[in-house]
Design a protein around this ligand. Structure first.
Ligand code: FAD
Ligand code: EPU
Length: 335
């Protein structure tokens, strides 16, 4: 892929929802030097800038003005440190391929995060999480370039202010940096985390990380639609976190709601269950629907637009709010 911008580039196949989109300019720099030059060009020309990974957590409009940059930086290597291994990885490495390669080498830490689509550069944005593990638990550092002047910086996990589906990259640093690489710390010591759902029943007594990763992939394939076959962005809403008193009120009426108590006393509720209870699982209206195996996933049957998707999502939010008094927040980001 060329480092200089391509004009009027089609991104319809570059987002997992399959929304039609054309970028005024698009570039996929494979090294830091060309990436810096592009940032300078965008700043000099006052072009609006969009950073794109695998488009698996993005809602794209019909047209993106300015410049879209997809950092392609493809390197990764390992550095041994006692019983740990540091993984240095560029933003353009596909997350799932990395996870499987690390698990295949017997390294523990990322195996529960198998089959999450997208690239490493996007993983810290919402602090990806699945099956009881979040990225921040294995992250040592995030390497960035500031978009205004191209200066590099390295952020510690504390500086990244990670939370549930949250980080500084969705707050103070939103739109201000390009993530160029990550450093992860994995372990050579067996440390399986099998407490989520029925994961423990899916593996043998002393599983290796590859066995755990494969079990996670099998569970995910049973309920999540493959974006190659049906457009989607994974969970469309975050699981809502409510104060304990509100949770107790909800639980007194619906004792079966799946919930998880957080360290700060608040309670996380399963949004998929709330949507399911509203009778919306499998509901379709126009080009969009609620997935028939996982109600937290909205699907695109083709031919729809971002505006239609957002209107469809609003109807889901309204029904959940009317029934449970809980307002769902969107997970995928608007470009
Ligand atoms: P994109 O969607 O391209 O971008 C996401 C955001 O990050 C955008 O705001 C973009 O501007 C920004 N961004 C991307 N790259 C960079 C960069 N290098 N520097 C600065 N900003 C950048 N997520 C989970 O947490 N857990 C799951 O279990 C999970 N399962 C999923 C299952 C499916 C089927 C799908 C479709 C999605 C799922 N997701 C899940 C959501 C998604 O895969 C993750 O959020 C992923 O990290 C997004 O990566 P991406 O490369 O596609 O990012
Ligand atoms: N549930 C229902 N009906 C549904 C869907 C879910 O009753 O239609 C119930 C399930 O039976 C279970 C509970 O809700 O008791 C939770 O369901 P699940 O284990 O499928 O997880 P989730 O909370 O719906 C979250 C993440 C996923 C992640 C999985 C596994 C969020 C917003 N979503 O989903 O992440 O893969 O847990 O850890 O936190 C994503 O972010 O895109 C994503 C897919």
């Amino acid at each position: 892929m060329s480092d200089s911008p391509l004009a009027d580039h089609d991104l319809s196949a570059a987002n997992t929802l399959g929304l039609p989109c054309r970028a005024e300019r698009f570039a996929a720099p494979a090294a830091i030097g060309p990436l810096r030059l592009l940032l300078r060009q965008a700043a000099d020309q006052d072009w609006p800038l969009t950073i794109l990974g695998g488009g698996s957590n993005l809602i794209l409009p019909g047209r993106l003005p300015g410049l879209v940059i997809k950092p392609a930086l493809p390197h990764w290597w390992l550095e041994r440190q006692g019983s740990s291994v540091l993984v240095h990885v560029g933003a353009g490495v596909e997350w799932h391929s990395l996870v499987m390669a690390l698990a295949g080498r017997g390294l523990w830490g990322t195996e529960n995060l198998a089959l999450i689509p997208g690239f490493c550069g996007a993983a810290p944005i919402q602090n990806i999480g699945a099956y009881g593990v979040e990225l921040c638990e294995v992250l040592e550092a995030v390497q960035v370039l500031f978009v205004d002047d191209g200066r590099p910086a390295v952020l510690t996990p504390q500086e990244c202010a990670f939370g549930y589906r949250d980080s500084i990259f969705k707050g103070e640093l939103q739109g201000r940096v390009v993530i160029t690489g990550l450093i992860l710390r994995l372990s050579r010591v067996a440390s399986p985390r099998l407490s989520y759902g029925d994961l423990a029943q899916r593996v043998g007594t002393h599983p290796g990380p590859l066995e755990v990763a494969e079990a996670v992939c099998a569970i995910r394939r049973e309920k999540l639609p493959d974006p190659a076959e049906l457009g989607n962005a994974g969970s469309f809403f975050k699981n809502p976190i409510v104060e304990r008193q509100r949770a107790e009120e909800i639980l007194s009426s619906w004792p079966e709601v799946p919930h998880f108590e957080l360290a700060d006393g608040r309670v996380k509720l399963a949004a998929g269950w709330l949507i399911d209870q509203c009778g919306l699982k499998g509901w379709r209206s126009g080009h969009f629907g609620v997935h028939d195996r996982q109600a937290l996933v909205l699907v695109h049957f083709g031919g729809g637009s971002a505006a239609e998707l957002l209107a469809f999502a609003d109807r889901v939010v309204e029904q959940v709010q009317a029934r449970f008094g809980v307002v769902l927040e969107r997970e995928p980001r608007l470009a």
